[in-house]
Write a protein that binds this ligand. Structure first.
Ligand code: HEC
Length: 148
Protein backbone atom coordinates (compact mmCIF):
# COMPACT_ATOMS: atom_id res chain seq x y z
CA UNK A 1 0.00 0.00 0.00
CA UNK A 2 1.51 3.34 -0.96
CA UNK A 3 1.18 6.45 1.14
CA UNK A 4 -1.74 7.82 -0.83
CA UNK A 5 -3.95 4.74 -0.41
CA UNK A 6 -2.95 4.45 3.23
CA UNK A 7 -3.96 8.04 3.78
CA UNK A 8 -7.27 7.52 1.95
CA UNK A 9 -7.97 4.38 3.97
CA UNK A 10 -7.27 6.25 7.20
CA UNK A 11 -9.63 9.02 6.15
CA UNK A 12 -12.42 6.60 5.27
CA UNK A 13 -11.73 4.70 8.45
CA UNK A 14 -12.05 7.72 10.70
CA UNK A 15 -15.08 9.07 8.86
CA UNK A 16 -16.87 5.76 9.28
CA UNK A 17 -15.66 5.31 12.82
CA UNK A 18 -17.30 7.99 14.94
CA UNK A 19 -20.89 7.82 13.62
CA UNK A 20 -20.74 4.00 13.64
CA UNK A 21 -19.87 4.04 17.34
CA UNK A 22 -23.00 5.97 18.24
CA UNK A 23 -25.25 4.11 15.79
CA UNK A 24 -24.17 0.76 17.23
CA UNK A 25 -24.88 1.67 20.84
CA UNK A 26 -27.79 -0.38 22.18
CA UNK A 27 -29.49 2.77 23.49
CA UNK A 28 -29.48 4.21 19.96
CA UNK A 29 -30.53 0.99 18.22
CA UNK A 30 -33.49 0.40 20.54
CA UNK A 31 -34.68 3.99 20.16
CA UNK A 32 -34.53 3.60 16.37
CA UNK A 33 -36.55 0.38 16.63
CA UNK A 34 -39.20 2.12 18.70
CA UNK A 35 -39.32 5.02 16.22
CA UNK A 36 -40.08 2.45 13.51
CA UNK A 37 -42.82 1.14 15.78
CA UNK A 38 -44.27 4.60 16.16
CA UNK A 39 -44.28 5.09 12.39
CA UNK A 40 -45.98 1.74 11.75
CA UNK A 41 -48.67 2.36 14.36
CA UNK A 42 -49.15 5.91 13.07
CA UNK A 43 -49.81 4.67 9.52
CA UNK A 44 -52.48 2.25 10.75
CA UNK A 45 -53.97 4.76 13.19
CA UNK A 46 -54.71 7.11 10.29
CA UNK A 47 -56.74 4.37 8.61
CA UNK A 48 -58.54 3.46 11.84
CA UNK A 49 -59.44 7.13 12.37
CA UNK A 50 -60.60 7.50 8.78
CA UNK A 51 -57.84 9.98 7.93
CA UNK A 52 -56.39 7.64 5.30
CA UNK A 53 -57.88 4.99 3.04
CA UNK A 54 -57.53 1.40 4.12
CA UNK A 55 -54.58 -0.18 2.34
CA UNK A 56 -54.03 -3.90 2.97
CA UNK A 57 -50.42 -3.85 1.71
CA UNK A 58 -49.48 -0.93 3.94
CA UNK A 59 -51.11 -2.67 6.90
CA UNK A 60 -49.14 -5.86 6.25
CA UNK A 61 -45.92 -3.87 5.95
CA UNK A 62 -46.65 -2.08 9.25
CA UNK A 63 -47.53 -5.30 11.06
CA UNK A 64 -44.42 -7.03 9.68
CA UNK A 65 -42.28 -4.17 10.94
CA UNK A 66 -43.89 -4.29 14.39
CA UNK A 67 -43.44 -8.05 14.61
CA UNK A 68 -39.75 -7.70 13.71
CA UNK A 69 -39.23 -4.96 16.27
CA UNK A 70 -40.94 -7.07 18.92
CA UNK A 71 -38.62 -9.94 18.07
CA UNK A 72 -35.36 -8.05 18.42
CA UNK A 73 -36.03 -5.14 20.81
CA UNK A 74 -35.17 -7.21 23.91
CA UNK A 75 -31.60 -7.78 22.70
CA UNK A 76 -30.66 -4.14 23.20
CA UNK A 77 -30.76 -3.84 26.98
CA UNK A 78 -27.38 -5.19 28.12
CA UNK A 79 -25.94 -4.29 31.52
CA UNK A 80 -24.26 -0.90 31.22
CA UNK A 81 -26.86 0.58 28.86
CA UNK A 82 -29.10 1.83 31.66
CA UNK A 83 -28.20 5.45 30.91
CA UNK A 84 -26.75 7.52 28.11
CA UNK A 85 -27.76 8.62 24.63
CA UNK A 86 -30.92 10.22 26.04
CA UNK A 87 -32.38 6.84 26.80
CA UNK A 88 -35.88 6.77 28.29
CA UNK A 89 -35.50 3.17 29.43
CA UNK A 90 -36.70 2.87 33.02
CA UNK A 91 -34.52 1.20 35.72
CA UNK A 92 -37.34 -1.35 36.11
CA UNK A 93 -36.09 -3.09 32.94
CA UNK A 94 -33.00 -4.18 34.84
CA UNK A 95 -34.57 -4.58 38.29
CA UNK A 96 -37.54 -6.57 36.92
CA UNK A 97 -36.17 -8.20 33.79
CA UNK A 98 -38.69 -11.07 34.00
CA UNK A 99 -41.59 -8.61 33.93
CA UNK A 100 -40.07 -6.75 31.00
CA UNK A 101 -39.48 -9.98 29.08
CA UNK A 102 -43.09 -11.03 29.75
CA UNK A 103 -44.39 -7.69 28.42
CA UNK A 104 -42.18 -8.13 25.39
CA UNK A 105 -43.37 -11.71 24.81
CA UNK A 106 -47.04 -10.66 24.96
CA UNK A 107 -46.35 -7.84 22.54
CA UNK A 108 -44.65 -10.27 20.13
CA UNK A 109 -47.55 -12.75 20.42
CA UNK A 110 -50.13 -10.03 19.70
CA UNK A 111 -48.05 -8.66 16.81
CA UNK A 112 -47.73 -12.10 15.24
CA UNK A 113 -51.45 -12.77 15.69
CA UNK A 114 -52.29 -9.47 13.98
CA UNK A 115 -49.91 -10.29 11.15
CA UNK A 116 -51.35 -13.81 10.76
CA UNK A 117 -54.86 -12.33 10.63
CA UNK A 118 -53.75 -10.34 7.55
CA UNK A 119 -56.53 -7.73 7.88
CA UNK A 120 -58.31 -7.44 4.53
CA UNK A 121 -60.63 -4.56 5.42
CA UNK A 122 -60.97 -1.76 7.93
CA UNK A 123 -63.11 -3.74 10.37
CA UNK A 124 -60.53 -6.53 10.42
CA UNK A 125 -57.80 -3.97 11.06
CA UNK A 126 -59.77 -2.39 13.91
CA UNK A 127 -60.21 -5.84 15.48
CA UNK A 128 -56.44 -6.35 15.82
CA UNK A 129 -55.32 -2.73 16.21
CA UNK A 130 -56.80 -2.18 19.68
CA UNK A 131 -55.37 -5.29 21.36
CA UNK A 132 -51.98 -4.77 19.69
CA UNK A 133 -51.56 -1.13 20.66
CA UNK A 134 -52.59 -1.75 24.27
CA UNK A 135 -49.13 -3.28 24.59
CA UNK A 136 -47.45 0.04 23.82
CA UNK A 137 -48.89 2.02 26.71
CA UNK A 138 -48.85 -0.96 29.07
CA UNK A 139 -45.11 -1.48 28.66
CA UNK A 140 -44.26 2.24 28.61
CA UNK A 141 -46.18 2.71 31.86
CA UNK A 142 -43.65 0.63 33.77
CA UNK A 143 -40.57 0.37 31.59
CA UNK A 144 -40.25 3.77 29.93
CA UNK A 145 -39.46 6.95 31.83
CA UNK A 146 -41.64 9.07 29.58
CA UNK A 147 -45.11 7.54 29.93
CA UNK A 148 -47.40 7.17 26.95
C1 HEC B 1 -42.04 -4.39 26.08
C2 HEC B 1 -41.97 -2.95 26.23
C3 HEC B 1 -42.42 -2.03 25.14
C4 HEC B 1 -43.46 -2.18 24.25
C5 HEC B 1 -44.43 -3.33 24.12
C6 HEC B 1 -43.46 -0.99 23.43
N1 HEC B 1 -42.47 -0.14 23.81
FE1 HEC B 1 -42.07 1.69 22.96
N2 HEC B 1 -40.51 1.92 24.27
C7 HEC B 1 -40.12 1.01 25.23
C8 HEC B 1 -38.92 1.48 25.90
C9 HEC B 1 -38.17 0.76 27.00
C10 HEC B 1 -38.61 2.72 25.30
C11 HEC B 1 -37.41 3.62 25.64
C12 HEC B 1 -36.18 3.17 24.85
C13 HEC B 1 -34.96 4.04 25.12
O1 HEC B 1 -35.11 5.28 25.14
O2 HEC B 1 -33.86 3.47 25.30
C14 HEC B 1 -39.63 2.97 24.29
C15 HEC B 1 -39.67 4.10 23.47
C16 HEC B 1 -40.64 4.35 22.50
C17 HEC B 1 -40.66 5.50 21.63
C18 HEC B 1 -39.66 6.66 21.65
C19 HEC B 1 -38.51 6.34 20.71
C20 HEC B 1 -37.49 7.48 20.65
O3 HEC B 1 -36.52 7.45 21.41
O4 HEC B 1 -37.71 8.40 19.86
C21 HEC B 1 -41.75 5.36 20.79
C22 HEC B 1 -42.19 6.31 19.69
C23 HEC B 1 -42.38 4.11 21.13
N3 HEC B 1 -41.68 3.51 22.18
C24 HEC B 1 -43.51 3.61 20.51
C25 HEC B 1 -44.07 2.38 20.78
C26 HEC B 1 -45.25 1.86 20.11
C27 HEC B 1 -46.05 2.60 19.05
C28 HEC B 1 -45.48 0.63 20.65
C29 HEC B 1 -46.58 -0.35 20.31
C30 HEC B 1 -46.71 -0.80 18.96
C31 HEC B 1 -44.45 0.38 21.65
N4 HEC B 1 -43.63 1.46 21.70
C32 HEC B 1 -44.37 -0.77 22.40
C33 HEC B 1 -40.74 -0.18 25.54
C34 HEC B 1 -41.80 -0.73 24.85
Amino acid sequence: MNFKTLFAAALIGSAAFSPAIAADEPQVVRQELMKKNGGAVGAMAKMVKGEADFNADAVLAALTSISEVAGSFGEYFPEGSETGFETEAAPAIWSDRAGFDAALAKYKTDADAALAAAPADLDALKAVFGPLTKNCGACHETYRLKKS
